[in-house]
Structures are given as C-alpha cells and as structure tokens.
Design a binder for this molecule. Structure first.
Ligand code: ADP
Length: 732
C-alpha cells in the first residue's frame, strides 16, 4: 500500500499539532460533529475520498488486510489528528471556492458513516491488538518453527530472553542455534517427537543467549499440521525457569539443612496426622522407642503412650486453634522394651485454609530424670516443711525468702510475717555481733555454726543453735544463705537442771554421808570406847543420816521412774473419803508430835485413782503442812465438788470440767509469792535450811505433781506469808 504525498503531508502535520486545541467543525446549520476516537481503515478510505474530492491527494490500497500499515495508520491518526485533517480539508475546500454547504453535507454524511464503521472496526482492531499485545508481551516466550527448525514467528519476550532482534531471527535462524550445546541432542530428539506425535510437554532444556549466558527453560510445544497430518509449523511456549531453579536449589539446600538439624537433634521430633499416624520420625525418636522408622511411619503413636495417660494426650489434641496452635504436655511413654519413662512434648498443629488441622509436628524430650528429681524434691520439700528443725531461706540482702513452719513457730511469727524481714532482727542486740561473725565465717568457708539468743514475737528470749549454709544459684553466684535453726532453750534448761540436780544431789547426798562417815569414824577409832552414851549417839546420828540418805535415794529414783513413765498408775474406782482418812491416820503420829491438829471434812466420793500413789501424794502434802505449821494450829483437809461452768468458787479458773477438789490448808509460815511455782521443781525449797531443819529433800512436791499429772489432775498452791498455805489438787 502507498499513501500519496498529500496524505503523508497531512499526517505529518496532524502529528505535529498534538498540543493544539482541538478544532471542532462548526457550521451555522450543524451541531458539533462527535468524532470517533480512532479512525480505522475505512475511515482512511472515506477521509481520503474527501481529500480526493478536494483534489488534495490520491492514495492506493493494494491490500485491505495489510496489518502492518493498518497498525501504523491506527496508531498515527488520533482524534486530534483527524480533527486537524478535517480542519485542513475545510480550509482547503474554502480556498477552492467549492460549494461549501454541499461539501459540508457530504462531509457530515461521510463522518456519520465513519462513526458507525469506526465503532465496529474499533472492536475488531481492539481484539486483534489485544491478541497481538498478549502475544508479544506474554510472560513466556512464544515461537513457531518451520519443519526444518527455522524460526517463523517469535514474540518479544522470547527475543528479549535470547537477546536478538526479530529481523535477525525470523526466517533466518534455526532454533537449534539458541540451544546450549549440552541440550542440543535432547532438543533434536524432542523436535522429532513433536513432528511425529504433534506434542511434547514440559521439556527442560538449556538455552544460550546472545551474551553467552546459559539458562534453563521449560518448553511445551504442539504441532500445526495440514489435513494429512503433515507438520507445518510448531506453536511453542518457553518459560524461563531460572528463578524457579534457584528457588528449588535453595529449597533443596534448606531442606537438607533442616533434615540434618532435625536428624541430629537429641530431642525427639515427629510429625503425625490428626488420627495419630506418624508421618515423620527423627533418629532420636527411633532410638528412644528402639524401633526403626519403617516400623513407626504410618502407625499410630497412641499405643506407645502409657495407658493411664492416653485420655489426657487425646484430649490435648482437641484443644489447639489457629490462634493458639501450640500445646504442651507431659506424659508417660512405653518403649519397645516395655520400660516406662516420662516425656515432655511441644505440639504444633498445622491448619489448612479452612482452619482444619491437617497435621501435627511435635518436639519431645525424655524427662524421666527430672520427674524423679521432682518427686524427690517434693518429698524433700515436704520433709523440710515438716522438719522439727527451723529452716529459712535468706536472700543476699539478708531478708527471709521462705521459712518452714518450725522456723515460724519457733520465732512466734506467721510464715508470711517473716518474709522480707532481716534475719538478724530476731537476734537479741547483745548477740548480734556474734551472729555477724558467724555470717562472715560462712561467707568465707561456706558454712558456720553459732549459738545465740533470739527474741520471739512475744518478747520471750530463747536460745538457739544456727547452722548457716551459703547458697548459690545455678551459675555459682552467691544468692544468700540457708539457716537451719534449733531451739535449744529446753536443752539449755535440761543442762541447767542437770547441773543443778547434780550439784544438789551431790550436796544433799554428801551432807548425810559426811555425817555418817564422821560418826562411824569416831566410833571405829575407839575413842568413845569408854563413853558408851556418846558412842550410842554417834551411831544414832549415822543411822538417822543413813535413813535420810535412803529416803532421798528412793525419792530420786521414784521421781525419775514416775517422770519417765516407768511406773504405771494402777487406777481403780475408790472412795476418796477413805483414802483421805487412811492418809490422815498415817500422819497422825507426826501431827501429834508437832502438836498440830488434823481435821478431815469430806463426803464419800468415788474417784478413779491409783490408791497407793494417791495416799503417797496426800501424806506428802500433810507432812509438809505439819512440818511448816506452828504447834497448836489446825490443818484442814477437805473435799468439795466443783462444776466450773456454774460454780463461782475462787479456784474454778484451774478447772475445765466438774471435779472433786481436795484442799489441805495449814496455818503455817506461808510461802513467798515468787516461790509458789518453783517449789514444785525438784530440790527446790523456800529456804536452803529447810532440808536440814525440816528434814526434807525438796523432791516431795515434784513427785506429787508427777503422780497427779498421771491422773490428769492439776496441783497448785495458794499462800500468804505468815498466814499459811493451801495446797489443792482436783480429780475429775
Ligand atoms: P521437802 O518438803 O522434802 O523439802 P517438798 O518438795 O515437799 O520438799 O517441798 C519443797 C519446799 O516447799 C519445802 O522445802 C518448803 O520450803 C516448801 N513448802 C512445802 N510445803 C509447804 C508448806 N505447807 N508451808 C510452807 N512451805 C512449804
């Protein structure tokens, strides 16, 4: 096709006036003519007819279907361009003095026709262009090869891929020239297959671009054949798989690494389906259960869970959700050898797009040792909590972090009250420096022991022995100390009592022994040989002291045996009035000697007591009352029934249930207030001379209290100095 110079000239001008204001054809009798956006081939013809009529040019059209020129025309003549052309036509027509109205009418008719045709052609062209555009700019390469492999058609993408121009390739080059040497044989073979079978699919070959770069492509081809099935050309797509290959390689590498990591893990790793069937197990998993992968994969893991724990495990797999896909569980597992061990698992549920669990991947470890330690720790903690020894954990600031019950009880505080307090606050001021020294020793040698006095919450001071043990964390950093504490007040008291007992006993025993030895010495020396009266007196002294000695030794043994529970009380139902009567009779002689009157005032009352021991108690109390009474005074022995809930008797505070109260009241010297409690302790007397003057041992009341204690009966005394004393005991 050729377009004559006049048209070319107009076209050139129309290109140049792209920035011009659009010129709208106007005429007094006409509305503005709407112009189509693009004018197609027929538009050209009509426009050119107009131009021809105007004597502006002649064109020739050899082939209506020549797309190349057609495309140029379409691309060149824009709306603006056509307006420019028509404006030009108008001007030229005016200059030619033709009948303007007639020409305008024809022009208008022509343009209307153009409108109709243009819309139709616009659609066709648009489709053709779309296909062409798609062909050339497709993301993959397209080409067609002649039977001898010459490139007949090739799209822009493939040309770009290879680095060539269309003109150099189409009709000139064989596709084989683009195939890298290592893939050429394969390509030849596949091209033969294509020609023979009409299709080849997913052939991966290496191409070589103009700049020498070799790259992989995936080719798919179909053959276009004539009616007899003879190959005419191919239609092939080429996908550049460089990126995919890279990703594949990277994926393979990372999978290999991942597998390596998973396989080398000490932890047990597995994947399984929602029904429990294993899809992957690592080496550690196989080793734990002593099974090879083949005997595990595809099998459900549930039988390897200890029976009692299965429900717990199954329930746990119901709980994950896409928002919380991870769960943890500890359960027992059974190995192939039947051994039961503890495992800890972290399970991650894998969900599909619909939120359904498709698989689990789990990491587990053997925690049997930890479980054993935990169990031991629980026992130990329990033991420490219940320990009689006070145990406290103190931080590096010296503040209590934790204390056991024994520690709290010892100090008189609640556990919670102690937490946060400084440990040395419980120590009395005078002993704090001693405690600090022990602390310093502990800091140096990890352990120290000290005996110090502490203060209970109620202010009471008590002795305690503390063992301080330095505490470290898992990084061997000092974090504080443990304090193991024993209340040694009672030990101290026992020690004190023992010391006192030994000194008193040795003193008490030595006194009569010295008398006996002295008296016997004199007698045996013979110096009283001629003085029988004096010799007799010496022997009497020896005999009296021996008797006292025997009494004392008996009392000591008695007391010891009662206190240690070696003597059991033979309790029987007795009439207390009779027991009191007998006791009074036993002591009557002594009372007579002391010129003291014993007065008994009692009613018959049945009590469950050890009769002999009860007589021992009463006679001992009577003996004291007689000893410490002035001559010609009265000792009242009485009983009364007391119900503490209804009675207002002054002694009811000593009782907590209805009791028979026995009272022995004398009008003797009385007992100082500060001795009212101590006289019940062994060897405790109001006056040191009492034992000498009154012949006592200081053990009687202690024995009485022990006997009555065995009867759950309290014993106490009320006294006013110089007025007398009343000893009470209550049997219930
Ligand atoms: P003992 O009488 O053998 O010395 P006890 O234990 O029976 O020993 O008494 C201890 C002390 O209590 C006596 O030594 C005495 O000082 C004091 N005591 C006991 N009973 C009386 C009493 N009725 N009046 C005054 N003091 C008493």
């Amino acid at each position: 096709m050729t377009i004559n110079n006049a048209v070319s000239n107009v076209l050139m001008k129309s290109k140049e006036c792209k920035t011009c204001e659009p010129t709208v054809i106007k005429h007094s009798s006409m509305d503005p003519i709407p112009l189509p956006k693009l004018y197609r081939l027929r538009s050209f013809l009509l426009t050119s007819t107009l131009l021809g009529m105007a004597g502006l040019g002649i064109y020739e059209l050899n082939s209506v279907g020549s797309q190349a020129h057609f495309t140029i025309g379409v691309r060149t003549i824009t709306n603006m361009g056509l307006i420019a052309i028509l404006s030009n036509v108008m001007r030229r027509l005016q200059k030619s003095h033709h009948d303007l109205d007639q020409m305008t009418q024809r022009c208008q008719d022509a343009l209307r026709l153009l409108d109709v045709c243009a819309v139709e052609e616009d659609n066709q062209l648009s489709q053709t262009l779309t296909v062409q555009d798609l062909y050339n700019n497709a993301p993959c390469g397209y080409h067609s090869l002649s039977p001898d492999g010459i490139v007949m058609l090739i799209n822009d993408t493939e040309l770009k891929m290879l680095g060539y121009d269309r003109a150099e390739v189409v009709g000139k080059m064989s596709f084989l020239e683009f195939v890298a040497p290592e893939s050429q044989l394969k390509w030849i073979e596949k091209f033969q297959v294509l020609k023979a079978k009409g299709i080849v699919k997913d052939v991966e070959i290496l191409l070589k671009s103009r700049n020498g770069e070799v790259f992989p492509v995936l080719a798919n081809s179909t053959a276009i054949t004539d009616k007899c099935g003879n190959y005419l050309s191919s239609r092939s797509t080429l996908i550049d798989v460089r990126k995919r290959k890279k990703v594949e390689l990277a994926l393979q590498k990372s999978e290999a690494q991942y597998r390596g990591i998973v396989e080398d893990q000490m932890d047990l790793i597995c994947r399984f389906l929602p029904d429990g069937r294993l899809t992957f197990v690592n080496k550690a998993y196989c080793e734990y259960f002593n099974l090879d992968p083949d005997s595990l994969l595809g099998k459900c893991f549930t039988p390897m869970v200890f029976e009692d724990d299965r429900a717990k495990v199954e329930a746990q797999f119901q709980s994950p959700s896409p928002d919380f896909p991870v769960t943890t569980i500890e359960h027992r597992a059974i190995s192939a050898s039947g051994q039961i061990g503890w495992q800890s698992w972290t399970n991650r549920a894998i969900f599909d797009e619909s939120g359904t669990i498709v698989e689990y991947q789990s990491v587990g470890r053997d925690i049997s040792d930890r479980k054993r330690q935990d169990a031991a720790m629980v026992k130990l903690t329990k033991a420490l909590e219940l320990a009689v020894v006070g145990i406290a954990e103190v931080n590096y600031l010296g503040r209590f972090v934790q204390v056991n019950d024994a520690y709290a009880e010892m100090s008189g505080y609640d556990n919670a009250e102690l937490i946060g307090r400084e440990w040395w606050q419980l120590i009395i001021a005078e002993d704090r420096s001693k405690a600090i020294r022990a602390y310093q020793t502990m800091m140096e040698v990890d352990r120290a022991e000290v005996e110090i006095r502490s203060v209970r919450k109620n202010g009471e001071i008590f002795d305690r022995k503390i063992v301080l043990v330095k505490a470290y964390d898992e990084n061997q950093q000092f974090v504080g100390h443990y304090s193991f504490t024993q209340d040694i007040s009672s030990c101290r008291e026992v020690d004190r009592l023992k010391d006192e007992f030994v000194s008193v006993v040795s003193h008490e025993l030595r006194t009569p022994l010295t008398s006996i030895a002295g008296a016997l010495d004199i007698v045996s020396s013979g110096i009283l040989h001629t003085r029988p009266q004096q010799a007799h007196r010496m022997v009497t002294i020896a005999a009296q002291n021996t008797e006292r000695l025997v009494r004392m030794v008996n009392d000591i043994l008695d007391m010891e045996r009662i206190k240690s529970g070696k003597i059991t009380m033979e309790r029987e139902q007795c009439d207390l009035a009779i027991i009191l009567q007998e006791s009074v009779e036993v002591m009557q002689m002594l009372a007579d000697t002391a010129h003291v009157e014993l007065k008994l005032n009692t009613d018959s009352v049945s009590v469950l007591v050890d009769r002999d021991r009860m007589i021992q108690v009463i006679t001992n109390l009577l003996s004291n009352a007689i000893k410490f009474s002035e001559p010609h005074t009265i000792i009242d022995v009485a009983t009364s029934l007391i119900d503490p809930s209804s009675s207002n008797h002054p002694v009811t505070f000593q009782l907590n249930k209805p009791s028979v109260l026995v009272s022995i009241n004398d009008r003797g010297r009385g007992i100082p207030h500060d001795k009212l409690a101590t006289i019940f302790e062994p060897f405790q007397q109001v006056d040191a001379s009492d034992s000498r003057q009154k012949g006592g041992t200081g053990l009687g009341l202690s024995i009485c209290r022990s006997i009555l204690h065995q009867h759950n009966a309290p014993l106490w005394v009320e006294s006013n100095l110089g007025e007398g004393s009343t000893f009470y005991f209550a049997l219930s």
